[in-house]
Design a protein around this ligand. Sequence first.
Ligand SMILES: [Zn+2]
Length: 460
Amino acid sequence: MKRILIALILGVMFIALNALLINFASTQALNGTDAADSAAIMLTPVMKPDAFMFPTPTPGGPPAAPGWQATSSYMIGKIVVSIVFPESNGGIDPSTENWSMERLTQAQSQVIAGINWWSERDPNAQLTFIFTSPLTVETSYEPIIHPVFPEENLWIGDVMQSLGYPPPSSDYGYAIAVRNYVNALREQYQADWGTVVFVVDDENDPDHAFADGLFGYAYFNGPYLVLTHNLNGWGTEHMDAIAAHELGHVFWAQDQYDFGNASQLCEDRSGYLFAENQNLNRADISCLINEPSIMRGDVDLAYATNSVDPYARMQVGWNDTDGDGILDPIDTTPMVTITNFPTMPVLSRVVVYTGVAQDISFPSNSPMILNATINNIATVQQRVDSGTWHTTFPSDGVFNSATEQFESRVLLPNGTYTIELRAVNSQNNISNIITTTVTVSSTAPLYTICLPLILRQNTN
Ligand SMILES: [Zn+2]
């Protein structure tokens, strides 16, 4: 009941997710009705609500780089994926399922194919998926015999405990444990985002689904998605398409199939860009477009035809407003601030500036997603009298973070000079330029510097 209550509270707070969360609460009523409708299952295996969301806390203060709770804010960049196969050991539930190496290998290749499918959909997303070595992890439970809600915590928590990420004893502690694991992977593999794919053995289960009828589902914002191997009898060879669909959810794409709830609207919004769901396929409502998409019902066809509609693209962060080939969430601009000027006469004629360069996030339009940039400061440069740009010195030895401190040293003969400083980020976007005038004399303390700063936008 607590889950349903939280879901309803969130539904009030976040109108965009209202439909999904209400459906979440009514999942039980919708499931288990498809046994006599196998044709519908064959065509549209994910007609049930299959995307939910954990009520993760929103910490204060906008971080430059993605924070702990932001493990899948937009589908751009480097993404680490851990495929986990729970294996029951009979400790609590009788063990009725046992993975074979052959089926593990088959499932793994299907999941990898389905996730990699996204990387070909837009080269500007600069997607690289890193798959860690697949893990078979013991659990005392037999996952497939349990309903997802409210019992997924049993086996997921147990699996995370076995993996060395014990769930804290708080609400949704098992999901916190998974997100801790994802954050550790992100750190280890220097990835921008990450997620876990749990693949549950269902070979001997009569309906090849969890006890509440779910067989493939995911959470907006992750930190994981779940697939049963035989997908409610639909077949293991379709895992790739379902994995692709569910990964869309992890990165905030909404369902576009009609699961029979009138609160599903074309105007529902989701994702970092908070885009509408205007390819929603509802019989009684006309949305703006109507085309095949991995987020709609006919997932197999959409997968085979490489179809992602423009609204699902926008929901995962793929929009390029200015058409420069850099998608909006990573079309960021760095900013340079000088923290220390050469206020003392420098007899060696070395003029020293120190400062900070920071990449400024593209602002999130979503009330649920914090601003975050995955770009780094690639370099901070200085030049004298409009000459050649020279790289300054990063304080930590290398320019590779969203925020970098730097030191600029310029050796100058006597004279008066204009010195400019700028930063360039990993998308080759250039910061404001800081301009100062400095006069150097080596014979007397005649050194002066003319401030204040002149800030202007750089255009080259
Ligand atoms: Zn779905």
